[in-house]
Design a protein around this ligand. Structure first.
Ligand code: DHB
Length: 389
């Protein structure tokens, strides 16, 4: 089968790329080793920047996010027993973020692709990408026991942080992997409880960081900074609630039965370049950010916004210029998001062996940021995200 773009991975990057290419008349096939049920049923957080919601709306997949998403016009930073609001609306000229889980975005994109006659192959196995430095790369795979091969004009590697496509770029030349491990993890819970706060609370405490978030009026999502080797069994329900109350130091926390506990990895990663021959990486296949800045899904969408335009120009006019410039166009935003996520992380988390100097320096930094309009604006602009163009 001949196709313009073969896309490996039906996550936010792969599905959004296929959707955007279709809008520009470029055809694609998306393959994924997971079933549709698994993709739509894996519950993941989602904080969408204004530009991500705008792009979904402009391209006809924004109805549910605007109906069901929760628009947040600010967050609270808490330290030393006091809350400090970062007012996004005021500081960014009316921009905000929308809390809308990733699997809901995926449901919207899958439904739209299928309604538009799109080709998504779920549950494939034995994926092999070949010939990316030649003129006609191929993607081989097995579906329902039948071996198939797609001959592609271009290949997009959108297969997430457990990527295989990234490793098709030879290392150490030209591929460089920039990796940062953090000396802690996040422990996340889901609880059946009323909302504790109308807005997310990011709390600094000498015991470590805590985040108060939400899924709905009746389901709440909270996180605690823990040791990287901590196990869910180390944390009884009582210990969790007590530690959350200690760390938010004075904000009211509404308790309820906890029905999910998990430990999240915490790391930064960037692969450079994000392309080789006719292969182009997007989303977590190319980079991972720590969760503090809530940037992951937005970076995937920003990547494919750039990539879809470059691919469209290539097929419409035979011009490779924009494709050749893909890494240089996409990477500065990736590094800005890395910096923002690292900044939020380093300002709010307890480092191992933190001294009185370190803790007081963090408090002074939080004080500097929150008491100055310029400081709050810097944080707000980065949190709501800069425009795509
Ligand atoms: C959530 C996760 C984040 O990493 C974040 O920064 C904000 C909210 C969440 O799970 O709701």
């Amino acid at each position: 089968m001949q196709i313009q773009v073969g896309i490996v991975g039906a996550g936010p990057a792969g599905l959004m790329l296929s959707h955007l290419l279709h809008q520009h008349g470029v055809d694609s096939v998306v393959i994924d080793t997971r079933s549709r049920e698994e993709i739509e049923g894996t519950i993941r957080a989602g904080v969408l920047e204004q530009s991500s919601v705008d792009l979904m709306t402009e391209t006809g997949v924004g109805d549910r996010v605007r109906q069901l998403g929760m628009v947040h016009e600010g967050i609270e930073l808490r330290f030393c027993g006091r809350g400090h609001r970062i007012d996004f609306t005021d500081l960014t000229g009316g921009r905000g973020v929308t809390i809308y889980p990733q699997h809901e975005v995926l449901k919207d994109l899958i439904a739209k692709r299928l309604a538009d006659g799109g080709d998504i192959r779920f549950g494939v196995s034995g994926v092999q990408v070949k010939g990316i430095t030649g003129d006609a790369p191929t993607i081989g795979f097995t579906q329902d026991g039948v071996e198939q091969e797609l001959t592609c004009g271009l290949v997009a590697g959108c297969d997430g942080s457990r990527t295989m496509t990234r490793y098709l770029i030879p290392s150490p030349e030209p591929r460089q992997d920039h990796f940062r491990q953090y000396p802690f993890a996040w422990f996340g819970i889901l609880a059946e409880a009323p909302r504790s706060s109308d807005e997310l609370i990011y709390a600094h405490h000498r015991n470590g960081f805590a985040l108060i978030s939400t899924r709905s009026a009746t389901v709440q999502r909270h996180y605690l900074q823990v040791e990287p080797n901590d196990n869910v069994h180390d944390w009884s329900d009582d210990r969790i609630w007590q530690e959350l109350r200690t760390r938010v130091d004075g904000a009211e926390i509404k308790e309820g039965p906890i029905f999910s506990k998990s430990v999240l990895p915490f790391r930064s990663f960037v692969c450079e370049p994000m392309q080789h021959g006719r292969l182009f990486l997007a989303g977590d296949a190319a980079h991972t950010v720590p969760p503090t800045g809530a940037k992951g899904m937005n970076l995937a969408i920003a990547d494919v916004h750039v990539l879809s335009r470059a691919m469209t120009r290539f097929f419409a006019a035979g011009v490779r210029t924009a494709l050749d410039a893909y890494t240089d166009t996409a990477l500065p935003r990736v590094w800005r998001a890395q910096h923002f996520s690292w900044w939020m992380t380093s300002m709010l988390h307890r480092m191992p062996e933190a001294s009185g100097f370190d803790l007081n320096r963090q408090i002074a930094e939080l004080d500097t940021v929150t008491r100055s309009r310029a400081g709050r604006t810097l944080l707000a602009e980065n949190y709501v995200g800069t425009p795509f163009d």
